[in-house]
Design a protein around this ligand. Structure first.
Ligand SMILES: Cc1cc2nc3c(=O)[nH]c(=O)nc-3n(C[C@H](O)[C@H](O)[C@H](O)COP(=O)(O)OP(=O)(O)OC[C@H]3O[C@@H](n4cnc5c(N)ncnc54)[C@H](O)[C@@H]3O)c2cc1C
Ligand SMILES: *[C@@H]1O[C@H](CO)[C@@H](O)[C@H](O)[C@H]1NC(C)=O
Ligand SMILES: *[C@@H]1O[C@H](CO)[C@@H](O)[C@H](O)[C@H]1NC(C)=O
Length: 615
């Protein structure tokens, strides 16, 4: 009886003073002396953050020339990544740029951005940041490039550890000699020791006539969210996902300790860091990754667009949906035949530069892809490859050509993967929208080939907004044919590959479909909410119905996904949750939709961010 009363009293107490992380509004926030001590501990590398666009506002930071420069570089992901609190997709314009189109509603504030940044240059700085956050009960954020689409590298009222400038070099191993006997890889490898981006490693690999499995866009970070979340790639079909390439990691744990994770040491951590998501279990400061000999490449580029003199636009749109359904049902065969790559489609004019679509398709909608096949000899294999695409795809499409739609294709040949990457996929996407919604679904062979009418229904729903969405958004669905091939191999051999925590659905996925919607920056928040709901429910549901047994790819996922635990992690969730508890029992690391985050909630009060409290 007594103990029950004591328990009730305890429960009452915890309701009265909620367990929250300290924010600048709270008494528990560190004093200036505390911050000065931290600054000393990290040899002067502590930064008090100011919003990127602050020079555009009245006040102490006002600077017209600096502002003009910021406006001109706002959509450049390299520029945003160079700023302590610069992001590709800010979830809230707490301090928007001021232009003719965008008139900011209010003052310029940090909003969801961290308050202080440690500009770390060594793992010791990371340790200092973790210890300080623990001591003062602060929300902690880890950032590399700030590319994250779910704003997992942001955090209101937080301390940030910025790993970009830990740059201890990229080491090349001609023949990798594993320290752990279970790591049965004897090929080449690179050890990436710090916050490098894929462009840095591609340069090293292509110089040596090698292929590494990395991001399509070279500005993405190597060992942060990309690698820890799965990592699809122009090379994943042929060599597996980026997580399948990891031989060893160096990690700073929540305890502040620096450890190795591989198939011999800290195996559970190794499992979790290979697909269980960034910002959750520790801070990765080094990764050793497989490299593969280069191969020649044959590319097939195709566009479908409405003819300017089409008689019946509605009929043309219906025909476009039929054509795209034909493509989707041919994807597994194309992939099994060696092809992978990037496509996309939309029924209307595409305003958003996010699409990367060719000009002809941007004008009135349509479809486009650039698919590539790694071959032994691009001349010898050329004719056979052409006739394969003819049989698998083009024969089914010709009947649509000329009747409202134009279908046109081109072929390319490259002597190496590096040459192909540089020419065909080396794009730097424009970034910087806040008024967007995105969701994604992994589609397996059954989903793509069983029922073409259901595929068409999915295409109809995902390419339009629900009637109750107040403003017309630009909708473009990215079609990433990055699964299939080696991605399908579920490694069970006693090798390093057993310890891969990525969503099991990848092992049957061919296509990653990503409907994106963008509204003009001038529209109000209600319209944005409507668009986001439409994406999280109507669009995501129709894709879930088509491929019920798969999942979503978190790195191209919806931060409002109500079923994120299953969608992002599948059956691995309980195990990942247990590993999180083992390595970070005090929840020093938090990000929304990351493993363990269901124990926290943000007090949002009408905003997209707020104080972080235990549920
Ligand atoms: C232009 C563009 C192109 C893209 N192309 C691809 C692609 O081809 N394939 C693909 O799979 N994805 C792609 N993505 C998605 C990409 O994988 C995610 O945005 C990913 O989160 C980026 O990781 P980052 O470390 O660069 O970003 P950040 O925003 O810095 O970090 C993302 C997450 O990782 C955590 N994190 C960062 N560094 C570390 C670290 N060292 N240790 C632990 N946690 C860390 C952060 O806390 C955060 O949770 C692309 C994104 C963009 C914007
Ligand atoms: C962070 O540190 C690096 C390396 O010392 C330096 O080049 C860079 O200017 C610093 N960034 C900021 C914003 O202080
Ligand atoms: C479609 O028709 C046009 C002109 O009639 C032709 O040039 C083009 O090659 C055709 N496309 C395909 C894929 O056959």
């Amino acid at each position: 009886m007594v103990s029950l009363l004591a328990l009730l009293a305890l429960a009452g107490a915890s309701v009265a003073s909620r367990d929250c992380k300290c924010t600048p509004e709270d008494e528990c926030w560190p004093t200036l002396t505390d911050w000065a001590e931290l600054n000393d501990a990290v040899s002067g590398k502590l930064i008090r953050n100011v919003p990127v666009a602050e020079p555009c506002y009245f006040g102490d930071g006002n600077d017209r020339h600096a502002c003009q420069d910021i406006v001109s570089r706002w959509s450049d992901s390299t520029f945003q990544a160079s700023q302590p609190v610069g992001y590709c997709y800010p979830l809230d314009y707490a301090c928007p740029i001021v232009t003719a189109e965008v008139t900011p509603a209010g003052a310029c504030e940090l909003g969801p951005s961290p308050v202080y940044t440690i500009n770390a240059t060594q793992s010791e700085d990371v340790t200092q940041g973790i210890l300080f956050a623990k001591k003062h009960n602060l929300r902690l954020v880890v950032k590399n490039t700030g590319h994250d689409l779910l704003a997992r590298s942001q955090g209101y009222g937080s301390l940030q550890i910025w790993v970009k400038y830990i740059q201890d070099g990229i080491d090349f191993h001609e023949e990798y000699e594993p320290k752990c006997p279970l790591t049965n890889w004897k090929g080449s490898a690179f050890s990436v020791r710090g916050g490098y981006i894929w462009g840095d490693l591609y340069a090293e690999a292509f110089d040596r006539k090698l292929i590494v499995v990395g991001a399509q866009d070279w500005t993405v970070g190597i060992l942060g969210g990309y690698l820890q979340g799965g990592g699809h790639s122009p090379a994943s079909r042929d060599f597996g996902l980026a997580v399948d390439q990891v031989l060893e990691l160096q990690v700073v744990l929540a305890s502040g300790e620096l450890v190795t994770a591989n198939a011999c040491e800290n195996r559970d951590l190794f499992f979790a860091l290979r697909g269980g998501g960034g910002g959750t279990y520790g801070v990765v400061v080094s990764a050793t990754l497989k490299a593969h000999p280069t191969r020649p490449v044959i590319t097939h580029s195709l566009i479908v667009y409405p003819l300017p003199d089409r008689k019946d636009p509605l009929a043309t749109t219906m025909a476009l949906i039929d054509v795209v359904a034909e493509f989707l049902s041919a994807y597994p065969a194309l992939s099994d035949g060696g092809f992978s790559g990037y496509g996309g489609w939309g029924v209307d004019k595409v305003d958003s530069p996010i699409s990367g679509a060719p000009e002809l398709v941007m004008q009135n909608g349509g479809y486009s892809h650039v698919f590539a096949k790694l071959v032994d000899n691009s001349d010898d294999d050329f004719e056979q490859t052409q006739s394969f695409v003819e049989d698998t795809l083009l024969q089914r499409l010709r009947r649509y050509n000329g009747s409202g739609l134009m279908i046109s294709q081109t072929w390319g040949r490259y002597s190496s993967f590096g040459e192909y990457y540089t020419a065909a996929t080396k794009v730097q996407q424009r970034v910087g929208y806040s008024k967007m919604a995105i969701t994604s679904r992994l589609l397996d062979k059954a989903a793509l080939t069983s029922d073409i009418d259901q595929v068409k229904e999915m295409l109809r729903v995902t390419s339009t907004n629900a009637p109750d969405v107040p403003e017309k958004a630009t909708i473009w669905t990215m079609l990433f044919l990055v699964g299939g091939g080696r991605v399908l191999e579920d490694p069970t051999a006693p090798s390093t590959d057993r310890f891969v925590g990525v969503h099991p659905a990848w092992r049957k996925a061919y296509l990653l479909a990503i409907p994106t919607s963008v509204l003009p920056e001038s529209v109000g928040q209600d319209a944005v909410k409507g668009m986001q709901r439409d994406t999280s429910y109507r669009k995501a549901d129709v894709m879930r119905d088509l491929a019920p047994g798969t999942g979503s790819y978190a790195n191209d996922g919806d931060r409002n996904d109500p079923w994120w635990t299953v969608d992002f992690f599948g059956d691995h969730y309980p195990r990942l949750r247990a590993i999180k508890e083992l390595y970070d029992p005090g929840h020093v690391f938090y990000c929304r939709t990351c493993v363990g985050s269901e124990y926290w909630e943000e007090e949002m009060e009408g905003k997209e961010y707020g104080r972080l409290c235990e549920v």
